[in-house]
Design a binder for this molecule. Structure first.
Ligand code: NAD
Ligand code: 0WE
Length: 275
């Protein structure tokens, strides 16, 4: 039997000797936090960035609980803030073995009703800046610190490939994020740096909380899925571990669906339509 850590993630050595930066923990429900616990349980040394002042209080105890050796603010919409965060990584570690980008945001008007009518120029640009360019900007700063065998991941959602009610401008941003993943992977591939994305099914996080019809989406998602279950944090974190560890060798430019098989369904079972 495998020993378990306090977090419930089984202990192992897959990330022993590796150091990485986790961007996007807001609270204990954050996908980035699930991934961080998994990587910690496998021996990784972690650094965290948080969005700003308001989140410090919430994120600090989490970072401390996994013995984080770096903890700093980073607002991805601000170049100086990004520069400062990666300068600290360079100073304190010199090298970086992995990067987790788990950041996305759209103004509320961009996430409801008619996409074509509701999205404004400002909303579109801001969503793309925070949800897409931030990964490009982080990758560009992380790459010089990475040696062959290093890896990066970002988080995406099926709304990039197919229309999901209300996901709207975020779906457009996720399509650009997935394309960016492939182009970054092309640029960094020759340096031995692997870049991939995880397309997670709906999860009960802060980003999901304020969504109209969010609960219905979770229950429909479960009924339509191949596994007849919600997407689990363990599953998402497990795939992150695979992609960021040496188990992920030869995988680059990939978008991995971790969604209980929902993405593969063209027509649901009859009981799902009735329910
Ligand atoms: P979350 O709210 O816990 O995480 C989103 C993070 O983005 C927060 O930590 C927030 O502080 C950060 N952020 C937003 N604007 C920022 C800025 N300007 N600078 C720095 N950080 C900023 O929610 P989550 O569900 O864990 O989302 C993480 C990622 O996973 C997002 O990219 C989201 O689109 C993606 N995703 C979520 C789901 C889901 O159902 N929850 C499914 C698939 C993909
Ligand atoms: O990527 C996401 C969530 C992204 C998100 C959520 C919010 C809510 C609060 C980005 N920006 C904001 N801005 C806010 O003001 N997911 C994959 C979860 C999600 O969000 C949806 C979904 C799903 C699934 C929004 C509409 C429809 C479905």
């Amino acid at each position: 039997m495998s020993e378990e850590t306090q977090s419930g993630f089984p202990k192992g050595k897959l990330m022993r000797g590796k150091r990485g930066l986790i961007m996007g923990v807001a609270n204990k429900k954050s996908i980035a936090w699930g991934i961080a616990q998994q990587l910690h349980a496998q021996g990784a040394e972690l650094g965290f960035t948080y969005q700003g002042e308001a989140l410090e209080k919430r994120v600090r105890p989490l970072a401390e609980s996994v013995d984080a050796s770096m903890f700093m603010p980073c607002d991805v919409s601000d170049d100086a803030s990004m520069d400062a965060a990666f300068a600290t990584v360079k100073e304190q570690w010199g090298e970086l073995d992995f990067l987790v980008h788990s950041i996305g945001f759209a103004g509320a008007d961009g996430l409801k009703g008619s996409f074509v009518e509701n999205v404004t120029r400002e909303n579109f640009a801001m969503t793309m800046d925070i949800s897409v360019f931030s990964f490009v900007a982080a990758a560009n700063r992380a790459a010089p610190l990475m040696k062959p065998g290093s890896a990066m991941i970002t988080m995406t959602y099926l709304g990039s490939e197919r229309v999901i009610p209300n996901y709207n401008v975020m779906g457009v941003a996720k399509a650009a994020l997935e394309a960016s993943t492939r182009y970054i992977a092309r640029d960094l591939g020759p340096k031995g740096i692997r870049v991939n994305a995880i397309s997670a099914g709906p999860m009960r996080t802060l980003a999901m909380a304020g969504i109209s019809g969010g609960r219905g989406m979770l229950s429909t998602g479960k009924a339509w899925s191949l596994l007849k279950e919600d997407t689990s944090m363990e599953g998402v974190a497990g795939s992150a571990l695979w992609l960021l560890s040496d188990l992920g060798r030869s995988v680059a430019g990939e978008v991995v669906h971790v969604d209980a098989g929902f993405h593969a369904v063209g027509m649901p079972d009859e009981d799902a339509l009735k329910g």
